[in-house]
Design a protein around this ligand. Sequence first.
Ligand code: ATP
Ligand code: MG
Length: 594
Amino acid sequence: MSDEDMNTTGSNEIDGTRGFATELGVTDIGDEESNQGLFDDLLSGEPIFENKEVLRPSYTPHELPHRSDQINKMATILVAALRGETPSNILIYGKTGTGKTASAKFVSKELESTSKKYSVPCDVEYINCEVTDTQYRVLAQLANKFIEKNEQRIDDRIDSLEELLAAVDDYDPGSESPEFEIASENESELFADPTADGGSERNVSTGTTNSDTDGDFTPETGGSPAERSTDDVSDAESDPDRRVSEAEGRARPEATGPANTDDTPDARFPSDHPLESTSFDSRQAVEDRIVDLKEDKESFEEVPMTGWPTDRVYSVFFDAVDYDERVVVIMLDEIDKLVEKSGDDTLYNLSRMNSELENSRVSIIGISNDLKFTDFLDPRVKSSLGEEEIVFPPYDANQLRDILQHRSEVAFKGSALSDDVIPLCAAFAAQEHGDARRALDLLRTAGELAERSQAETIVEEHVRQAQDKIELDRVVEVVRTLPTQSKLVLFSIILLEKNGVHSINTGEVFNIYKRLCEEIDADVLTQRRVTDLISELDMLGIVNAVVVSKGRYGRTKEISLSVPLEETEAVLLSDSRLSDIDDVQPFVQARFEN
Ligand SMILES: Nc1ncnc2c1ncn2[C@@H]1O[C@H](COP(=O)(O)OP(=O)(O)OP(=O)(O)O)[C@@H](O)[C@H]1O
Ligand SMILES: [Mg+2]
């Protein structure tokens, strides 16, 4: 396609769009016969929402009312990372919808932006273990993220070194170059050849030597950036550049760093020379450094999402993390899913990394709504992960009200909400163990129902409908994903209820279940197993099974359906195996035969 063609197409599109927009609002569309008004009614309704996105689960709020205690506690622990120390590991737990993920993400954003502000190397990586649920995947994802970060840092360093080369080439010995002096101060840490001493980027240290690899990094306690960069230079033990600057002893406070043994003559460059404030003793050294960095970059090998032995993945991840001096916070959300699926190997490996890392430190934040997973952890892993514990208690109705109030101001048009809507959403969600997600879902769904019925305001009735709809959606989802055997048991209970049987007992369910299995050629489980399946349905809230005493005849279970019958039956019959059962009447008769 030529340029001309593209221009023509482009301008047509723009005209077309503009025409559509104006015509909709003002006059008829012109081509009346082709328009049946399908969307007109819907468009004419005054929209309820100003910004529906803020009510969706994917939205991360900037403000989290009633979580300041938990957020402050996290910050108090994690601030260590900004001081170059290793923060304690944290285990966060609390019921679903209590703001764990939202708070953790909020804190990690703040941590990263503060680390940028003060140029402290600190990286936070978030992993959702429900999605990334094996050791291989967790390590591969982390390895690739850190490779990416390392590449980015290398690119930045190469850019700065190339600027330095350009400055060297432009250097005119006669004239002072104030412009470069400013640049060299700001960029000095980049020129300090950070990996020459095994990857140390000493921009947070006071010039302690590399021998403290077993301990935490030493925080910056003072000194101008220029002094710092000189100290950086003094760290480069194995670096030939370092010997030169060390011998010079420029601006470096006495008695910090190793003693000067080298007696290379003082003053390499005039004071205004671009290389003067760096660790490089020649233009060639800068070029060599660029070549080294490029080689490093080429040597990184991205981990494929399957196929390698796990120890190879681990070692790539390890090297990628250790490439630079930094504190790494790894956030493992839904950590119970990872342990459930693939045991505690990942946590074991991550928690003992610090004893082997030379340049970096790793700290772990585990998040879970189910504490039972800790029973399956190796005791060492358990105590390491739980160095600090933060509990997220359920919200009460008043707290949920505040949360909804905050969001609704952005989400809805000015007068779209009647007064009782937020309190009712809060009250319903408070009954659901204080779940903010549920409260927000209710409010959004109520708004959608109001919008659909073209109401101008959301009223209490919309909230009640929303409650029913959400509950039904949940039931449909649970029933749809039941295993076939449980579906057969549930179907048996439905058939009995449909035929007016009350106080159903396990024997009755079993008899019908058996017939159904024969009809569709499924294995028949024992009555004992069927009893277990009934208990599971009870726990899922689909049936209600109460144990009643029959006096000297012992005890029995009385079972009833706790979900809407017709909708549940429809979901069951949408399963292709169950839909083969067409005439159910004979099965119900079976109840009376036994
Ligand atoms: N204090 C709060 N202020 C504002 N919104 C909140 C607050 N707490 C939770 N939310 C919102 O409620 C929803 C659920 O919160 P979040 O995802 O953090 O729950 P969670 O504790 O991680 O639950 P789960 O254990 O199910 O993962 C999100 O949309 C979140 O933005
Ligand atoms: Mg969560």
